[in-house]
Design a protein around this ligand. Structure first.
Ligand SMILES: Nc1nc2c(ncn2[C@@H]2O[C@H](COP(=O)(O)OP(=O)(O)OP(=O)(O)O)[C@@H](O)[C@H]2O)c(=O)[nH]1
Ligand SMILES: [Mg+2]
Length: 342
């Protein structure tokens, strides 16, 4: 559900054949061997492109072949090298060998390049075989074949924003309110067993939000559903931390917040250190506003933006969408291909 997957075939160019030729010219008797080498075949190169978000472009185009090297020619002319083929993949693509299952490469940085299939060497022309005792060689090599590989590409769909919080905090309710996703919602913990993705539009922007199962104390030790699904939000740019401030939870909001932060840190410092918005949920059912206040104070102490919402009445939903859109609208520095190549 979370994974886009394709199988493709890549074939680097074959090397050109070496040439068999002798110099034949007026007044130059026995001119000697002059067959040039074949050119090198082109490589197939995969590069991480910021302009692709899916593997869709491979669905109808599963074979990618680089140009072959030209054959060598007489008068010691070497064949031209084949042009390499550059194939874009989205950032976040993991490349496996489809036959052995071996992981070949994980594209994490925009502009990253990886030679996936090497072009074949050109064959030697007969001029290369000449020695002092072997002056009229007729040996010449065929070009070497280019590498051919069957690949499986896997893309973890990239959510821009991750929703985190205790079970029952209202994560699934929020994503159903702001996107077309319709996850299961219920008043018991661990309703969500698998991550849900929702696409949210705000003004002219769209971004992907991931709703993941709730965290409880000890999740990084395997309590509850554990933390393994946090890998789905490892590459997000923002976490929205939902804290239930209604009395129904029977817990203290500040304590809930701190527990979840510890679980995030237990999974990875990187995830715990992501930009975060703190959101007080179920405002419609919050009786004791002191609970809201204390959460707000804690957020300001940590210098985190704080918002109040109710997914039932719609209170604060638009400001939250605006804050999300703003946080993800900073594009990653576009990879400058020319410097990436240098
Ligand atoms: N009154 C009120 N109830 C809400 C609000 N948002 C969610 N709820 C209720 O809270 C309960 C839990 O909501 P979910 O959206 O399933 O919570 P969750 O965070 O996805 O929970 P898990 O999937 O178990 O981690 C449900 O009964 C919702 O109807 C809200 O804004 N106000
Ligand atoms: Mg849920």
């Amino acid at each position: 559900m979370f994974i886009d997957e394709v199988r493709i075939l890549v074939k680097a160019g074959d090397g050109g054949n070496g040439c068999l030729a002798f110099r034949r010219e007026k007044y130059v008797p026995r001119g000697g061997p002059s067959g040039g080498d074949g050119g090198r075949g082109g490589d197939v190169i995969l590069y991480a492109s910021v302009h692709h978000n899916t593997l869709l472009h491979f669905r109808f185009n599963p074979e990618h072949t680089a140009q072959r090297g030209r054959h060598g020619e007489g008068s010691n002319r070497t064949g031209h090298d084949g042009t390499s083929l550059e194939v874009p993949v989205p950032v976040g693509t993991v490349v496996y060998d489809a036959d052995t299952g071996e992981l070949i490469h994980d594209f994490t940085q925009p502009g990253e390049r990886f030679v996936i299939a090497r072009g074949g060497r050109g064959g030697k022309g007969n001029a290369r075989f000449a020695t002092s005792t072997h002056q009229a060689p007729t040996e010449h090599e065929p070009g070497h074949p280019g590498e051919e590989r069957r690949l499986r590409l896997e893309l973890k769909l990239l959510a821009d924003i991750g929703l985190v919080g205790f079970p029952n905090a209202g994560k699934s309710t929020l994503i159903s309110r702001i996107s077309a996703a319709r996850p299961k919602i219920a008043d018991y913990p661990f309703t969500t067993l698998e991550p849900n993705l929702g696409v949210v539009s705000y003004e002219d922007r769209t971004f992907v939000v991931a709703d993941i199962p709730g965290l409880i104390e000890g999740a990084h030790l395997g309590h509850g559903l554990g933390v393994q699904f946090l890998r789905h939000i490892e590459r997000t740019r923002l976490l929205v931390h939902l804290v239930d401030v209604s009395e129904a939870s029977g817990r203290d909001p500040v304590h809930d917040f701190e527990v979840v932060m510890e679980e995030l840190a237990g999974f990875s410092a990187d995830v715990a250190g992501k930009p975060m918005i703190v959101v007080a949920t179920k405002m419609d059912a919050a009786q004791d506003l002191q609970r809201v206040k204390s959460l707000e104070k804690m957020a300001s102490k940590r210098k985190l933006p704080f918002l109040k919402i109710s997914s039932v009445t719609g209170l604060g939903i638009e400001p939250l969408k605006a804050a999300m859109a703003k946080a993800v609208s900073i594009e990653p520095a576009p990879a400058d291909r020319s410097t990436a190549e240098a």
